[in-house]
Design a protein around this ligand. Structure first.
Ligand code: NAP
Length: 348
């Protein structure tokens, strides 16, 4: 039996380029789900680096203001459209939305739902949704890492970084992880050797730790340091670049830093040097074939959630805030003091 009654949603709105306290709360009637849609009641969403870029108007695929941010979520289906199996009601799913998840409930295409095993807590599932898929795909679909290799993970305390470190460690890979000193104990706990990214000699230290070079570097920082990341690779090594955190606070075109970076990576790839450089983009291939893109997302998240369920990966949750305190959640995520992901739940 499908359910198409309208219901009310509380949403957090980013009205323009504002400081976190400029976020607004709105309540609106949610239309009944379209024939292929469901209403997903949010149980956990969170703050990604992307929202920090979006509030500055600096995200690569910047949505026009005003909009409801929220890159991913875990939730329970509470209503289904005409052509969706009503047996989904009451079941728990994750979804990647890019925007819209900072809401008490939202409409989602049923085809975008990714199952969460019963034994996984929704906040844990949320913490490894985009982060886990990104980490898994960069390791196994791009760098194709193998047991016994050595890799460098920049931002090893972050949402993606802390997941990447754990996936690599459980695969028998040696990990050197950059983080500020306040996070070194946490990075060590995850199984990586920490190095300080504020230390001007960081790359020299990494060379001391891996004198023969490393098999892969995962670099979300971009800027001038990406050349150093490239130089760390041994023959056969892979640079996986996946962000431009270094330019977050620079004024100007939001796409230019990424386009410049990709041009650089392409130039390095053209050299006969036995190394390769890639820009990883979670959304690549979606426009070409939505179905196979979603299938990849679903398969890769299932792999990560299986490891969460058996305890091999422990999602790093920095703090939990109720949806009504999203301002505080965003402020904390932007404070550069946290390890793991700041999670937003309906209420604490
Ligand atoms: N290409 C893709 O498809 C894709 C998909 C997902 C994520 N990403 C990228 O992945 C990165 C991590 O995302 P996240 O949500 O995991 O972020 P996060 O939890 O906020 O973590 C960010 C990490 O980067 C470090 N960092 C921030 N600014 C830095 C800078 N200027 N120099 C050096 N380190 C810096 C942080 O260190 P502190 O804690 O010391 O600040 C932290 O370790 C972001 O750049 C995001 O854009 C890309």
């Amino acid at each position: 039996m499908s359910s198409t009654a309208t219901s009310t949603a509380t949403e957090i709105v980013l009205p323009g380029k504002v400081r976190p306290e400029g976020l607004q709360t709105q309540t609106r009637d949610l239309p009944a789900p379209g024939k292929d849609q469901v209403v997903l009641r949010m149980e956990a969403t969170g703050v990604c680096f992307a929202e920090q870029q979006m509030r500055r108007g600096k995200y690569y695929d910047q949505p026009p203001f005003p909009f409801v941010p929220g890159y991913d979520l875990a939730g329970t289906v509470v209503a289904t459209g005409e052509q969706v199996d009503a047996a989904l009601i009451g079941r728990r799913f994750a979804a990647i939305t890019k925007v819209g998840a900072w809401a008490s409930q939202l409409l989602i295409d049923a085809a975008d739902l990714m199952a969460i095993p019963d034994e996984v807590d929704p906040a844990d599932a949320e913490a490894v949704a985009v982060n886990g898929i990104t980490a898994w795909q960069m390791l196994y679909r791009v760098a194709k890492v193998r047991t016994g290799q050595t890799i460098v993970v920049l931002g090893a305390n972050g949402g993606v970084g802390s997941t990447l470190v754990q996936l690599a460690r459980r695969a028998g890979i040696t990990v050197i992880g950059s983080a500020s000193p306040r996070h070194h104990a946490a990075v060590r706990e995850l199984g990586a050797t920490p190095v300080d990214y504020r230390d001007p000699d960081m790359y020299a230290h990494i060379r001391e730790l891996a004198p023969d070079g490393v098999d892969a570097v995962f670099d979300h920082v971009g800027g001038p340091g990406v050349e150093e990341s490239w130089q760390l690779l041994r023959r056969g090594g892979t640079l996986v670049s996946y962000g431009t955190a270094a330019s977050k606070d620079e004024e100007g075109n939001s796409q230019l830093p990424v386009l410049k970076l990709i041009a650089r990576l392409n130039a390095w790839n053209a050299l006969p040097n036995g190394r390769s450089a890639h820009f990883y983009n979670l959304w690549a291939g979606k426009r070409r074939c939505q179905k196979s893109w979603q299938q990849r997302m679903t398969e890769d998240l299932a792999q990560v959630l299986r490891l969460v369920a058996d305890g091999s990966v422990v999602p790093q949750i920095a703090a939990r805030f109720p949806l009504t305190e999203t301002v505080a959640a965003l402020e904390l995520a932007e404070s550069r003091t946290v390890a793991g992901k700041v999670i937003i739940v309906p209420e604490v």
